[in-house]
Ligand binder design. Sequence first.
Ligand SMILES: [Zn+2]
Length: 261
Amino acid sequence: MAHWGYAQTILGPEKWYLDYLIGKEGKRQSPIDIKERDLDPKNFPSLDMCYDPSEITKVKNTGTSVKFFSTGTKSGFTGGPFQHRQRLVQFHFHWGAENNRGSEHTINGRPTSAELHFVHYNDKYPDATEAMKHPDGLSVLGVFIDVEDTCNPAYQVLLHNVRKVRYAHTEAHVEGCLDVDGLFPSDKGAFAHYHGSLTTPPLTECVEWINFREITGISQEQMDTFRGLYSTEEGKPAVPLVDNFRPVQPIHGRTVYCRDC
Ligand SMILES: [Zn+2]
């Protein structure tokens, strides 16, 4: 069981460094505030993305997020700043108790209601565990999510599966066909890129981040489905799983690149 949590627990983000010192002493920690006026334009190749829904077979409530795991090898992307293929390992969400917070990255100081992270490992390494030992081992595609008036059809099957893992440390087989492509913004050509870290312990500085500029939307009811999850196990006093985001970290002089900005 994870020995860390978020604001509602005694081992929230400001204490993580006690077990993971890099969280305080590291110079490329994530998330960050993406300041649009400081972005450095760069002509990266476009992203060539391919996600096979049949490879996403397991959903799990980890007590700190809800994660969908890939068990195949076909899902991932090439292009952008990368020379090698990036293979999907899992994707998961961060969200707030209220609509005015929830994302990990912020844009000009403003958070969105939620953030979706597609976690990949760099194909130049044999597996994700080995990849995490290298500064370019993992890549995460970050998607901003705000609550809006209309429901997002791409989330219907996904949220059906989220409802099956209400309690911490439960998992289920994914039912139905996920619309993975529909979770991304329509404009995949505009993104920020910087060198960062995992945003959860062990906070390893092995992540190349790509944060899409276009903000996607889900309805209030869809957002509330995430908030209906618990960070606690069945039979224990129920604590809602909300506000599972790490606050933004110092930039330490890093360049944040942007494509199509
Ligand atoms: Zn994440």
